[in-house]
Design a protein around this ligand. Structure first.
Ligand code: URA
Length: 433
């Protein structure tokens, strides 16, 4: 096999075989295929696409480039959820304890914040003492004991994807549906769960801005997972508006606990309920109606909150912060963003709102930056809400008041106020299985 010939084959619209894809990924990971040739291939894939077999072969090759997590030491049905990333998306902190309280085992590896989106591991680390790095034996031990553990991604999880993603990031080849699908699913397959529910976000704060692209990505990922022998389903959920009202690490943990205490915002609960029910259905726990009742019961009885407390304790965290979220350190400075005019919020550029939160310290400017766990944004008004001139639309929190000016400008530029009340958007746009 000559890499030159394979690049030309793909450039001319040919189909790469499984053996060819395996050789390419092996050579790229080992370093015998240089970045310039891999970049050319990525660009050819970007323009020519990949068919379903090629995408599956790429996924399997990327998954096999590192450790395939063996969850056989964990009893029961192992379940996972994945979000394609959003703003205010703290669903894992709610769905994982709910389904664990229903008897599923969640052995989950989560990511850190990426760009304008937050990451579950960063959010969890805002709980004092909580660890997210474990040996495999510790990880399995926590899941067997409590039903759930949320860890950071192990260093050798799909290293081929890590290397490929870094190259895509600098060669304008990230936003290719087969490449995104293979990247996400390689990590899910390598993580070892039997049942996976995918939360594919759509809208201004999502990777996929249009419903058409979100549907295509969801279908591609479900097909990969199913063809790889796992039970996979996807929900397309709205990310044209931030989820819930709180954006930022400890702020989001607080809001997740509010939902588990049945005091959270409706939009956040609705999405979490839908994801939990879908995961329970996939795992064969019952009909839609039965699974919906089970989910509600975990909140009514406090079982889901208790699961989160057990997990936090098992991961070394101070669970008193979950029992009393007022213990979380508050940011020393706050700033109220006021509306310049009266009307209805007709559009929120959710990516910009995520960027404003990052500017306040809730996300990283560089890979090495430290996160300010108390920084972020609390929305006072959301899409379709009525606002009066001078009324507070959001409160910004930071540890340095010099950060407010730029973040306020970004926030203000993210919202459009009009005189007409806009139509409500569906929270769950589609379900794919
Ligand atoms: N998230 C991933 O893990 N990979 C992509 O390609 C895009 C989003």
């Amino acid at each position: 096999m000559r890499m030159y010939d394979l690049i030309m084959k793909k450039r001319n619209g040919g189909i790469l075989s499984g053996d060819e894809i395996n050789e390419i990924i092996k050579g790229f990971v080992e370093g015998s295929i240089p970045d310039y040739q891999m970049s050319a291939l990525l660009m050819a894939i970007y323009f020519q696409g990949m068919d379903q077999n090629e995408t599956l072969d790429l996924t399997l090759a990327l998954a096999a480039s590192g450790d395939m997590t063996d969850l056989s030491g964990i009893e029961g049905i192992k379940a996972d959820k994945h979000s394609t990333g959003g703003v205010g998306d703290k669903t894992t902190l709610i769905v994982a304890p709910i389904v664990a309280a229903c008897g599923l085992k969640i052995a989950k590896m989560s990511g850190r914040g990426l760009g304008h989106t937050g990451g579950t591991v960063d959010k969890l680390e805002s709980i004092p003492g909580l660890r997210t790095e474990f040996t495999s034996a510790e990880f399995a031990g926590i899941v067997n004991k409590t039903g759930l553990c949320i860890a950071g991604q192990s260093k050798n999880l799909a290293p081929g994807d890590k290397k490929l993603y870094a190259l895509r990031d600098v060669t304008a080849t990230v936003d290719s549906i087969p490449l995104i699908a293979a990247s996400i699913m390689s990590k899910k397959l390598a993580s070892g769960s039997d049942c996976i529910v995918l939360d594919v976000k759509t809208g201004s704060g999502a990777f996929m801005k249009s419903l058409k692209d979100s549907l295509e990505l969801a279908k591609e990922m479900v097909a990969i997972g199913t063809n790889a022998g796992r039970k996979v389903a996807a929900l397309i959920t709205d990310m044209d508006i931030p989820l819930g009202f709180k954006i930022g690490n400890s702020l989001e943990v607080i809001e997740a606990v509010d939902v588990l205490n049945k005091k959270g915002p409706d939009d956040l609960y609705t999405v979490c309920e839908a994801l939990s029910v879908r995961l329970l259905e996939l795992a064969g726990k019952g009909s839609y109606k039965e699974c919906t009742c089970m989910v509600k019961e975990t909140l009514d009885t406090g079982a889901a909150l208790e699961k989160l407390i057990e997990m936090v304790k098992a991961q070394g965290g101070d669970a008193s912060y979950i029992k009393d979220t007022s213990k979380f350190k508050k940011a020393p400075y706050m700033y109220e963003v006021k509306s310049a005019k009266s009307g209805y919020i007709a559009f929120m550029d959710t990516e910009k709102i995520g960027t404003a939160s990052t500017m306040l310290g809730a996300g990283r400017k560089t890979r090495e930056s430290l996160i300010d766990y108390s920084a972020g944004i609390v929305l006072k008004k959301k899409y379709a809400d009525k606002v009066a001139e001078g009324e507070t639309v959001a409160v910004l929190y930071a540890s340095d008041d010099k950060l407010f000016k730029e973040a306020e400008e970004k926030f203000i530029s993210s919202i459009i106020i009009e005189s007409q009340k806009p139509e409500k958007r569906p929270l769950i746009a589609a379900s794919i299985s």
